[in-house]
Write a protein that binds this ligand. Sequence first.
Ligand code: K7E
Ligand code: CUA
Length: 639
Amino acid sequence: MSDQDREGVQKDEVTSTGRRDFMKGSVTVGAGIVGAGALALRGDEGSSTLSRFFGPSAAHAASSEGGLDFHVPPGKLDHYYGFWSGGQSGEIRIVGVPSMRELMRIPVVGRDCATGWGRDDWSKQLLGGRDSGDTHHVHLSYTDGTYDGRYVYVNDKANARLARVRCDIMQTDKITDIPNSQGTHGIFPQRHKTGLVLCNAEFRTPQPNDGRDLDDPAAYGAMHTAIDGETMEVKWQVLVEGNLDLCATDYEGKYSFATCYNSEGGVTLEGMMASDRDHLYVFNLAAIQKAVKAGKTIKVGDGSVPVVDARGKNGPYVQRIPIPKSPHGVNIDPTGKYAVCSGKLSPTVSVVDISKLDGVFAGKIKPRDAVVAEPEVGLGPLHTAFDGRGNAYTSIFIDSVITKWNIAKAIEAFDDPEVDPIIQKLDVHYQIGHTNASLSETKDADGKWLIALCKFSKDRFLPVGPLHAENDQLVDISGDKMKLVHDGPAYPEPHDCVVVRRDMIHPSKVDPRSGPRYDYYNKLAKEDGVDLLQDTKVIRKGKGRVRVYVTSVAPVYAMTEFRVKTGDEVQVIQTNLDSVEDLSHGFCMSNHDVNMVVNPRSTNSITFTAGAPGVYWYYCPWFCHALHLEMRGRMIVEA
Ligand code: K7E
Ligand code: CUA
């Protein structure tokens, strides 16, 4: 970076007025304050840091900052749905943007006490006995390069799974185990249609991982896995030698991408950071699918999934583009022309021209020649969002900033060091991980709101003990300059997010009673000759097993008493007959660890072992009526 560039950046740092800049106490800060007198205090958190010390804000220099209104008054609705991956909480959250109000939590791979997810029968089957997880990356299904509002996909890094949430009912409907994988991390659906969802294994393991080759790094590898976004079946895997971190797809369905931060094949931290260049792996989907069809595959593990072996060298399936150093995020700009890879341990992002990849695969140009820009954006670049106006916004972990830069200028600057592509650095608080902007990952990127998902909140909120809230910040990117407008405390860990225009999502008000959950309930009902929407019945299923079918209409269960025997396995299958919006009931059995929600027109069930002889009250835990407290009944347990 030239001195001139450095000066430019410093100026921007001053106008963005973080506390840290104030602490640096430079002369330029003083100059900013002189100019601040005439400016009214707008009262937004981002620009008022200096005002805590000096009164009215110095933040509003002559440049145009976004002027969007982030206040959503009572009774008014947000313009965007934000889908947040919940990290180690194992959930997805729906957040209204720009209000940043948390609208809903969708339990995915973890147990949730409020809804009974992970405890009720169907979710328990779906989770396969595991009720913890780590959901890092959420993406919606696409059609023609934009969101089609059907599904949300999310990875479970902890248990190597891909889960899917249906957007009409906002419930998890499928969870797929990914074979031969650990640390399923980056995922991305294809964008031309709801096609494949590509999933990266971040951890290299022996392949096969069955106890042999434990200490032979050469036998370690990682899988790039393709799952059908409709059926959620695993279609194929590609085995490579390096680890696979973040994932992306192009807009045409030709390529998928994975960053690799361990081209050394190290199994220790030192080993993983030894080389100056790692890679962006580019997967040629047509060539891989052709090989799978032709049976040019190997068997790994149980052999249930065809594996294309692409270890070691560039070829028809995979090309490795050298990227400095331990790259992390890879994001495709809304025009579909560029893949932007963040250096993580290099202060640069590398811009790959996707149109050059055909040439790379044809051997006409070297892989590195597909890199057309490498701007210096700050220390610890992780992820990049876009505004649809040619600008990129990269989250910078170590510096705790978002760097706004211009893609076209960065390409110019690759040949001409006089050109400065950096537009602004905005302080965020603190240690940002992901960032994403409204519709940034679609061709409809609208450049309005940017979310900064900060891992540390430190002094931004009232202290609440050793565990701090994290900080989801809202940034207005509609103007020339970014403007921080809101701090949003969040329960750990909001990991990644996508921001979707509200007209793209069409939730149902009552349960449409479709999908695998109802395949399960309809099968039970058929077996027992029961109409779920009519019947209330106790059916003894041979020795020691009882099924209790019960309907409910506010404020009563159709059955206020049933009898079982100590030690019986009791399955309560409850159907909520109310079609009224927002009228959920539930079933809680006293002293039996039994609690579930039953939404309008839903069926849900839960199984437990009847305890010691006596009377046990069951009740509705969801406030449904003035007589809600009276909505209960007795389970009589006989010896
Ligand atoms: Cu950057 Cu898991 Cu998305 Cu973390 S990964 S930041
Ligand atoms: Cu039904 Cu409360």
